[in-house]
Design a protein around this ligand. Structure first.
Ligand code: GLP
Length: 384
């Protein structure tokens, strides 16, 4: 885990291009950095963007940014606004291209991404309005195709995206590239996945109001960016992050296409990283310090994985699943199993609310348990 002081060296860490080069990260195919929380992470991302803008300024060049919406980038935009107000960061040399927009969607609709971007960023910085590009959700249906071609061409005219900021949907979408999107897809309109619409339903006050279609940059458009940073916060993103970083490249999880990019970093908080192998089952990839908590977690995990009760786990089971160092500490599977069995047994009580003044250090608590009245409630299956 990175701590605040390490933020100072973040530029080096974020620029690190190699994924999976260490024993611990050997299942990982995308470079990632884990922060204690999303606030710290967002500051690091904003700093990288600010540095790029300044660098381009001193080179007298335009800085072309690909920007994202959703809850993930909000703090990054907040920090960029702060840097503008308090540290004089200017956006006069910046041209932006947003990833996507719902369709149909008017700009002044508060649900639009046009509105979102102005509310969170553009209204508070000195970017030139003509340098802002967001897919237009109000073009006529028969003009969408040409609009998408022009959007793509305009990015090209500016020399491509220097930096692309991304979030990730629970379907594994980036932008609105839903499962099934092609590796070479360009800017286009797309039908939204049901899960994506469900996730957006609270913002639209109900699923029925969520648009079914969106315009999105394609996978190929995103892939051409010189640098990509994807952010994910919270345990809800844990599964899709693991699938994206450790899984096979597949159109089922479009974000996995990023495995083929040579300058991508995933910036995660603890929640979003909690399913990665090195975080969730660290004994599989490194030597661990076996405190009580980790020991319990590992033994229960092994028992569930092998479908065996704790008392039946063998030395071989432990050795085959990265826990040989634990066995060395404990002497044998037999010792460890008994210890764990007793520990688990002590979590079971006939007094769910706790028995006042009882000494339950030893189990069974007594030879002949006190007689209790038991009521069993069972549902009978309905006969059709
Ligand atoms: C929407 C956007 C995506 C974004 C995703 C995740 O679907 N089109 O670009 O990455 O939401 O949203 P959040 O950051 O709120 O989790």
């Amino acid at each position: 885990m990175l701590i605040e002081a390490e933020i100072l060296s973040m530029k080096v860490k974020l620029k690190h291009k190699e994924a999976g080069i260490f024993e611990e990260t050997r299942f990982e195919k995308i470079h990632n950095v884990i922060f204690k929380n999303s606030d710290l992470a967002s500051v690091a991302v904003a700093n990288e963007i600010a540095d790029l803008i300044r660098q381009k300024q001193s080179d007298k060049k335009t800085c072309v940014l690909g920007l994202a919406t959703g809850s993930s980038p909000i703090k990054v935009y907040e920090e960029l606004v702060r840097l503008h107000h308090e540290e004089g960061l200017s956006f006069q040399n910046v041209v932006t291209f947003n990833l996507d927009e719902y369709y149909p969607m008017d700009k002044d609709n508060t649900q639009s991404y046009w509105y979102f971007m102005h509310e969170h960023l553009f209204d508070h910085i000195d970017i030139l309005p003509e340098n802002i590009n967001i897919p237009d959700g109000s073009v006529k249906t028969d003009e969408v195709h040409q609009f998408c071609i022009d959007y793509e061409l305009k990015i090209k005219e500016f020399g491509g995206l220097d930096f692309q900021l991304l979030g990730i949907g629970r379907t594994g979408h980036i932008g609105f590239n839903e499962p099934g999107s092609h590796f070479n897809s360009g800017t286009r309109n797309i039908t939204l996945d049901h899960i994506t619409r469900m996730d957006a339903s609270s913002a639209f006050l109900g699923l029925d109001h969520v648009p079914r279609v969106a315009i999105t940059m394609g996978i190929s458009t995103i892939r051409k960016a010189k640098r990509i940073v994807l952010m994910a916060w919270g345990v809800n993103k844990g599964s899709v992050i693991k699938d994206t970083i450790e899984g096979e490249v597949s159109s089922e999880v479009p974000a996995t296409y990023l495995q083929h990019h040579n300058n991508v970093t995933f910036v995660l908080d603890e929640g979003a990283s909690n399913k990665l192998t090195r975080i969730n089952t660290p004994w599989l990839v490194k030597n661990c310090i076996w405190d009580d908590e980790l020991t319990s977690k590992a033994v229960v995990w092994l028992s569930e994985l092998l479908g065996k009760s704790v008392l039946k786990l063998t030395d071989k089971d432990y050795n085959n699943h990265g826990m040989s160092s634990l066995l060395v500490e404990q002497g044998s599977a037999y010792n460890l199993n008994i210890k764990m069995f007793n520990k688990l047994q002590h979590t079971i009580t006939g007094w769910p609310g706790g028995k006042p003044n009882a000494d339950d250090t030893n189990r069974p608590e007594r030879n002949s348990p006190a007689v209790k009245r038991v009521i069993i409630l069972a549902r009978t299956p309905m006969m059709m």
